[in-house]
Every structure is written in C-alpha cells, then in structure tokens.
Write a protein that binds this ligand. Structure first.
Ligand code: ADP
Length: 581
C-alpha cells in the first residue's frame, strides 16, 4: 500500500517538466551551497587550534575566509530558495487545477453521493498539504540530503575508521524514523478523515440552520458537533503524541552518537591516527549533520502526512468519469427537436430497472408533461436526455441522431434545463444568464425579454450588472426562476427540459414566471416535470409514469375521461390548486 502511494508522488514528477530550466539553475545554487559546508568544516579545523594557541593573525585570516564562504553560501541559499519556490508552487497549482477539472468530469451519480464539505476539505487542506510536501522536497529535503552526503563524505576523507564508528547508530535512527513515520501517517490519515467529517457536518449544519432553529433542534446538533470535535481532538492528539515521543527518542540516540564519537576520537588522537586539527574539522562536520538530520526527520513526517493527503486526493480521481464522446461523434446542427426513445431501459444498480423498456415518440414543438408519483423515473428521463447517464438497453434519438453518437456539449446546447431549484453562482446577473458562454449583450437581453425578466432587471439600480449574492439571496424566488429560464434560452435550444418548482410563489410572481415560461416554450419542444394543473392542462401530451413505465398517455381531457391513474393523481395532487381555466 505504501509503495503504491510513493509511486503516486513520483507520478507528480511529470508536472515538474515544464520548469526544468529553473530547477536546474536552483539545483546549481544548491550544489554551491552544499559544497560550502565541508569547506567551513575544514576552516573550523584550522581555526580552533589557532584560537587555542592564541595566534590572532591566523585567526583573523581564517575568519575572513570563512566570512566570504558564508556570504557565498547564504547568497546561493537565497537564490536556491527563490528559484525553487516557483516550480514547486506551480506544481501544486497544476495539481489543484487538474483535480478540479477531474471533479468536473466525475459522473454526476458518483458526485451526488459525495459530501460537499468532505470534498471541499480534500481540495483545499489535503491539496495544500501535498503542495507543502512538494515544496519541502524540492527546496529543503533535497539540499539537506546533499548536505548530509557532502559533509559525511568529508568526514570519511578525514578518518574513515572514525566515520565507521559514527554511523553505527545510523541504522537505528533510520529504523526509528521510519517506524514513527508509518505510525504518523496512519494517525494523520485518521485525523484528516475526522476533519473531513467535521467539514461535512459543518456544511450540512450551515445550510440547515434555519430548519434546526425551526425544530428547536439546536441541542441535538450541538451534541453531534461536540462528538465530531471530540473525535477530531482524539485523532489529532494521537499524531501529536507520536511526534512528541519521536523527537526525544531520536535526539537521545543522536546525543549518544556524538558522545561515542568524542570518545573514539580521543582514542584515535592518542594512538596518533588523527591530529587535533583533523579532529576539530571532524567535530565541526559532525555538528553540521545535526541540522539536516533534524530537517529530514520533520520533512519525513510531513511527507508521510502528505502521503495520507495524496491518497485522499487519489480517491477523488478514482471515481468513474462521465461518459466520453465517441471518437467519431457527429456534430449536431439545425435541430428541430423531435425526440425518440426506443426500447430504453436503465438501472442505477444492477438488476433494479428504473426505466423499463420505454418507447416514446415526441414530435418537435410539442409540450409534453411528465407526471407520476415520486420515484417513478421522471428525473431519470431528464438525466438520460442530457446524457448524464446512458441507457443499458435501447437508444434515444434527437431528430434522427442517436445521442450516443453525439458530442455531449452539442446535446447540452440543444437541450436546455430549467432546474427545480434556482441555483445561481455569485456574480453579476449578466454573467448568471450567460453562464460562461460567449454571448453578446443583445443575446442576454433577448433571453431576458423572452423569460419576462428584462423589466425587473432594468429596474434594479445596476441593471444587468447587479451582483447576485451567494445562492441569489438578494432576489425573490420568482425573479430567480426567470433568470434561470433566461439562462436556459441562451443559444436558442430546440428542447427545453423544465423541472417545475414544487413550492408555490405568491400570485403576482407566479403570473410573471408563467408568462416567462409561456414565451420561452414557443417554437420549441418542451418536456416538463409537471406539478401544476395549469401546465398539464396545456400540454399536448401527458405521459403518466409509474415505476419506470408509461401507464397512460394522452391529453388532459382524454385521461380524465379514462378515469385511470391520471384522474386519481389529479384528484389527489392538483385538486386543491386554484388554476386558470
Ligand atoms: P422521480 O423524478 O420520478 O421522482 P427519479 O428519476 O428521481 O424519480 O428516481 C427513479 C428511481 O431511481 C427511484 O427509485 C430512485 O430512488 C432511483 N434513483 C434516482 N437517482 C438515483 C441514483 N443516483 N442512484 C441510485 N438510485 C437512484
């Protein structure tokens, strides 16, 4: 499992390719920076005995050289840090972009099952942590490793036998670091999962706060929240405990190592194998190992926590993708808007058909009402038409083109959706209607005119430049509905898929929306998931769905006189509504 994730970090390497030149320049600075360490150790070897002997001139001479070396070294460190920071930040930026674009391509069915809080946490905190690991690996871990190699190489050059004695404890330190590292990774994974759950609950709680208040359920929610916070604290505490134990244990072993070196060194001097100057250089070099070792230990822990984050990001990437266009997908143009379902069957889960052998022919320009109890399959029909999902059996055709042979973006240009809930992104009204499509102001105004939204937009102080707040809370429900209709009309789609809102508006807003809809419906095929009697009465054809099958089909009057399921549904669902004649 571990090696798989390590390979995942390696899989990020191609992202560095575009920044190779900068990396090489930064790498060059690292080499100079690292090479200065053995020189400084050598200078320390000259300096310490001279200080002991009181040779001031020699001391000043050595210190002057050391100052120049320090200056060069620190300047190269500055260049290294600035040159390497950009590529590592770019890689984490690229990773974030890649993840977001993958998120946009995840099959909607899989996306709906994910918690938005959890996803947000993964795409912010986890992505940050991975970015931090990339940054540290390039800008800190690599120079530290090189420093370790260079300084230790110099120590071997000075006295290989003493070096051998020095590294006897190294495997124990490495084992301990790796042991703690894997424990830290597991603990970090648990703690990150806990934060995700907390974020999920928070997202739910913030949205549902009015409901919680209405049901006086604050205490219940507080208890749930307290429990999550407690679990988070416990999980985080475990990680911190491990780190708290790791530092003194590794530090103790390091101290034992240094004391042993001093003892063995004294013995080597006594036997004449090493002089005082060499030993001074050796000890200075040894001290130069402490800093990179401690950095490497910390970075290794962060690397392990980063691996846990990377694994959580990979989980997002492992979700099924939206069906790709077939390589020889046709372009769609001049569509009239007839729709044809031929023996269409669909199931979300194997063996449980939600749409059963559906055959349906919808002529262009007609208004079709879909009615039926909840769970009958009405929304699934919309999803099939928009090719969010594809039938396991049968074919759906628009004019005479099979949906499976078309480009998804073409389908969604010709079939526009007016969803039940008026989701809008924050931004200006103009942007909300254009919704990322390249359109002229005239086209926006024209769509708003048809949707009966132009008048109220014009009355707003900033007109089309009025900023919509998050979830459009500064507009009324009816106004948002009309914006949502205008948004669907951009590009003049041949088919309108309308999921009628269930919640009633006040009479005046209802009339305004109705006028907008009536105008929007002209000259195009409309399929509406109908909840209002007026809509079904106006429909050219009403399709009554029950458990994924058509149970009745006809006009309002036909179906009422048949006294079948539709007439029952009418008396149960619409009876209380006061509708236009
Ligand atoms: P309607 O719009 O008529 O209320 P739907 O098309 O939403 O009905 O649902 C039809 C059936 O498919 C229901 O039994 C529902 O539980 C099921 N269903 C809908 N969406 C999914 C999904 N994403 N995964 C699994 N089952 C689903």
């Amino acid at each position: 499992m571990l090696s798989q994730t390590e390979a995942s970090f390696r899989r990020l390497l191609p992202l560095l390719r575009p920044y190779l030149r900068q990396l090489m320049l930064g790498g060059g600075c690292t080499v100079i920076y690292v090479a200065c360490w053995p020189i400084l150790a050598w200078l320390a070897g000259r300096l310490i005995p001279s200080i002991g002997a009181g040779e001031l001139n020699k001391v000043i001479q050595v210190i002057s050289i050391a100052l120049i070396v320090f200056f060069i070294q620190k300047f190269c460190q500055f260049l290294q840090d600035t040159l390497l920071a950009e590529p590592s930040l770019r890689v984490s930026e690229d990773l974030r972009k890649e993840l977001f674009s993958q998120l946009q391509n995840i099959e909607l069915e899989a996306l709906e099952k994910m918690s938005s809080g959890d996803l947000t946490y993964r795409l912010t905190e986890d992505a940050d942590r991975v970015g931090e690991v990339i940054y540290k690996t390039i800008q800190d871990t690599t120079p530290c490793l090189l420093q370790l190699i260079a300084v230790f190489g110099y120590m071997i050059f000075l006295d290989w036998q003493l070096s051998l004695a020095t590294i006897i404890l190294a495997p124990i330190v490495a084992l301990l670091v790796s042991f703690f590292g894997s424990k830290v990774m597991l603990a970090a994974e648990r703690s990150q999962k806990q934060v995700s759950e907390l974020a999920g609950l928070l997202a739910e709680a913030i949205q549902g706060l009015p409901l919680v208040r209405a049901f006086a359920a604050e205490e219940w929610l507080q208890k749930r929240f307290d429990k999550e916070v407690l679990l988070h604290r416990q999980a985080r505490y475990k990680t911190l405990n491990l780190l708290a134990l790791q530092h003194p244990v590794v530090g103790l072993i390091e101290a034992i190592g240094i004391l042993s070196v001093l003892t063995v060194g004294a013995a080597r001097i006594q036997t004449g194998n090493l002089d005082g100057q060499g030993f001074s250089s050796y000890v200075a070099a040894l001290l130069m190992l402490i800093d990179p070792i401690s950095h490497l230990t910390i970075n290794f822990n962060e690397f392990k926590q980063g691996q846990a984050s990377l694994r959580r990001l990979r989980e997002i990437q492992n979700n099924p993708r939206e069906q790709q266009d077939s390589p020889n997908a046709k372009n769609l143009s001049n569509i009239k808007g007839s729709l044809n379902f031929r023996n269409v069957s669909f199931s979300y889960n194997e063996g449980n058909k939600v749409i059963k052998n559906l055959n349906l022919n919808i002529e262009a320009g007609k208004l079709i009402a879909l009615v039926g109890p909840s769970g009958a399959g009405k929304s699934t029909i919309f999803s099939l038409l928009l090719r969010f999902i594809s039938p396991q059996e049968g074919e759906i055709l628009i004019d005479s083109n099979k949906l499976s042979n078309l480009k998804a973006c073409d389908i969604r240009k010709e079939l526009a959706l007016v969803p039940q809930n008026n989701i809008v992104f924050s931004g200006s009204i103009k942007e909300a209607i254009a919704f990322g499509r390249k359109v002229t102001m005239d086209e926006i105004v024209n769509a708003a005119l048809i949707a009966n939204a132009h008048e109220f937009i014009n009355k707003l102080e900033k007109g089309y430049d009025t900023k919509l707040e998050e979830r459009g809370t500064n507009l009324s429900g009816g106004q948002l509905q009309r914006i949502s209709i205008a948004r669907a009309l951009i590009g003049n789609p041949a088919v309108l898929l309308l999921d009628e809102a269930t919640s009633a508006l006040d009479a005046q807003s209802e009339d305004a929306v109705k006028l907008g809809l009536r105008q929007a419906m002209k000259h195009r095929t409309v399929i509406v998931i109908a909840h209002r009697l007026s809509t079904v009465q106006e429909a050219d054809q009403i399709i009554v769905l029950d458990q994924g099958e058509i149970s009745e089909i006809g006009t309002h009057n036909d179906l009422i006189s048949m006294k079948g399921p539709y007439s029952d549904l009418c008396s149960r669902q619409f009876i209380h509504q006061h509708e236009d004649p």
